[in-house]
Design a protein around this ligand. Structure first.
Ligand code: HSE
Length: 417
């Protein structure tokens, strides 16, 4: 009998118990050994939404790790500490660990995987990226014959929900954020989601698995959605574009390009049609070409399904490719190229357009299209450029921002991928 210790009885922990209570027969049919959840640990069980039945309760995680019967520790408390210490201690005590903790994996993945290897146990984390979507295991099994060339994904449900509602309902960012908080999608402090940091951690984890890269998450360019306004969504729509927050990793010429930022995508791009809290991840392999994974990127029971998949793999001793992380050169962000959408607030007076287009021309930035709208004394100017480097874009914007006639550089959004 394999015994499991569950740390965290909150959102995902409750989902794990819910699946255990409801699908136990199916789980047992697929497990080569019998198993049970022996103990669940939390400091406050009032958040638990599943019936804990006969499972023991503890408020001290060290008791679960000291329990010689427990062979699998499932860490679902989130955050960096004490989760990192729990995972490291469990692995050092030769317990297998299943976690959904993208922050710990992004910051300490290499060290923790080394501890797991040294102690001949597993550290599995399907639930850390894309909630219910199988993505980590396919990268570590079915897609192993490929050199991965790129990954592009919508990996945050909260921001995708906000951008979808802003697009469909023509609602303002602040109003949709409030609604998302009321529905429990966005946290009271939404910074990690809307600032792009949740996607950043997930991209770091995906890069570890897909490229074997020991990524320093601080090397990832991160821009969130807080500056995306209803005006941008509306102008983009007129141009046949839909704005999404994307996580992008590309491996080319032995350099890894890593970025998280809003992108105005052609409305017919498959990622442009992924809406609400759904996530989708494109993987490009040199053998398979493109494969896309999509599904519910967050939520108690969907995410818990991925946790159980890992638990079953440990029980069944499923053979896995083991990550050996190495340093890979990260592409200098200044050299990254993109088309851009710019929105400026201007004083409506003669010559402004000429000043701005002159600066674009001097920085060798070619304009694809432009439109200007009078707003009383002011005007709003929207320009879409052809492909330009980050460096040239930054230089042009610095000059434009200094013009007397420019009141505000309101938005800068990359176009296409
Ligand atoms: N807050 C995340 C999201 C879910 O909105 O996608 C957990 O990673």
């Amino acid at each position: 009998m394999i015994k499991i210790g569950l740390i965290g009885a909150g959102t995902v922990g409750s989902g794990v118990v819910h699946i255990y209570n409801n699908n136990l027969e199916k789980l047992k049919d697929f497990a080569k050994d019998d198993f049970e959840i022996k103990t669940v640990c939390d400091l406050d069980f009032s958040k638990a939404t599943a019936d804990l039945g006969k499972i023991n309760k503890s408020s001290n995680w060290r008791d679960l790790i000291a329990d010689t019967e427990i062979k699998i520790i499932v860490e679902l408390i989130g955050g960096e500490e004490p989760a990192r210490t729990m995972i490291a201690t469990a692995l050092e005590n030769k317990k297998n660990v299943v976690t959904a903790n993208k922050m710990v994996l992004a910051k300490h993945g290499k060290e923790l995987l080394e501890i797991a290897n040294k102690n001949n146990v597993h550290l599995l984390y399907e639930a850390a990226v894309g909630g219910a979507i199988p993505i980590i295991k396919p990268l570590k099994t079915t897609l192993v014959p490929n050199k991965i060339k790129g990954i592009v994904g919508i990996v945050n449900g909260t921001t995708n929900y906000i951008l979808t509602k802003m697009t469909e309902k023509e609602a303002k960012y602040a109003d949709v954020l409030k609604e998302a908080q009321k529905l429990g999608y966005a946290e009271a402090d939404p910074t990690s989601d809307v600032g792009g940091f949740d996607s950043m951690y997930k991209l770091a984890v995906l890069s570890q698995v897909a490229f074997g890269a020991d990524v320093d998450y601080k090397d990832i360019l991160v821009e969130g959605i807080t500056d995306v306004s209803q005006n941008d969504i509306a102008y983009a729509r007129e141009m046949g574009l839909i704005i999404k927050l994307l996580a992008i990793a590309r491996y080319e010429n032995e350099e890894l390009e890593l970025r998280v930022h809003p992108v105005a995508l052609d409305k017919n791009h498959p990622l442009a049609t992924v809406n609400g809290v759904y996530n989708a991840i494109y993987v490009e392999g040199d053998a398979v070409g493109d494969v896309m994974f999509s599904g519910r990127g967050a939520g108690s029971i969907p995410t818990a399904s991925s946790v159980w998949a890992d638990i079953l793999d440990i029980i069944n001793e499923t053979p896995y490719f083991t990550e050996k992380l190495k340093k890979i050169k990260i592409k200098d962000i200044a050299e990254v190229q993109s088309e851009y959408y710019f929105r400026f607030r201007l004083k409506d007076k003669p010559g402004v357009l000429a000043d701005i287009s002159g600066i674009f021309a001097r920085n060798n930035i070619s304009i694809k299209n432009a439109r200007q709208e009078g707003l009383g004394e002011d005007a709003e100017l929207v320009i879409v450029s052809h492909i330009v480097s980050e460096k040239a874009k930054n230089k042009a914007i610095e000059e434009i921002a200094k013009l007397d006639s420019v009141k505000k550089v309101s938005s800068i959004i990359r176009v296409g991928i």
